[in-house]
Design a protein around this ligand. Sequence first.
Ligand code: GDD
Ligand code: MN
Length: 355
Amino acid sequence: MDLSVVIPTYNEKENIVILINNLKKKFNKNRINGEIIIVDDNSPDGTGDLLDYISKKDKKVRVIHRTGKLGLSSAVLAGFKISKSKVLAVMDADLSHPSDSINKMYSLIKDEDVDIVIGSRYVKGGNIVGWGNYRKILSKGATFLARVFTNIKDPMSGFFMIKKECLNGIKINPKGFKILLEIIVKAKYSKIKEVPIIFTNRVHGKSKAGIKEIIYYLRNLSSYIFSHRNLSGKFIKFSLVGLIGTFINLAVLYSFTELLGVYYIFSAILSFFLAASSNFILNKVLTFNESIKYKILSKYYKFLIVSICALIINLAVLYSFTELLGVYYLISQIIAIGFSFILNFIGNKIWTFSN
Ligand code: GDD
Ligand code: MN
């Protein structure tokens, strides 16, 4: 077996038959020995019965029935588990993803030894047809946040192909919608490539993405900081630099105020800039491995802007927790530091030190 295409379904009876036929045509035309694995979550519309009927006649169509709507990512993982080939593909059942791209994606893996191929809406030539502004903005926002972890243009795509061996020994969180991003963060691979696709919004049935998926997404994102292959190291260095900065801040504040008799608010402003400058240099060189001179001025401005934004957020969180929620102010400040620190890190990672 060359290729296993995993397709999760929940109420896709109008779409799935068309998709299976399209895929089989592509398999035949391109001489791909492929199997189709459909993971149905007991769809109320009868998708499961329809699939049983099809898979009885066609041994290359296999069906997993689960007891209820257990989520997209875990469905994909269940499909991976029973797959018989070394290359896995994932696509949606609703005809949003073009079956036409399957051959191109497969040849990149087979002939050019690419490890992961992504059907990408956000590279040149790719597009989304039929989405309203709300959906577009959500998608862009989610993609922007993911830039902390990857330079891939469309890490939220639900259409991708991967060598099975890349997944050996890694653990994917089964909760959520965005399994590709998690794979990009955790899997073992060296070559990854995006091919443009035109994503067309479904004609039949409706999308299952909702608020729950957004919350899972945000929760998963923050956990990736610690499981990302080299991001956790950067995060630790960034934290150490921040600690050093705090000492510098306090030392300058103390000596200017107590020893030189400067008014403490002026000492505080001075100590903020001195600590920020030291943080900047240390992060530039140690955390993000850049040479000191490279774009030093423009990056310094960016770093200061991020620092000031983080400070404003710190104050805003401190104020709201203390005044609006009645939390003790020192506790509020601990929460506020946590918030602003993570934003500080993310801001510098995706803006100041992104190139
Ligand atoms: N088995 C199972 N269980 N399948 C599910 C579930 C579930 O809980 N939820 C959704 N699916 C199936 C749908 O039947 C469909 O085949 C596919 O997963 C995608 O679901 P849609 O509801 O069509 O998602 P979407 O179009 O809003 O989102 C797509 O685009 C996103 C990118 O913006 C998906 O491809 C996402 O993976 C992708 O991130
Ligand atoms: Mn869809």
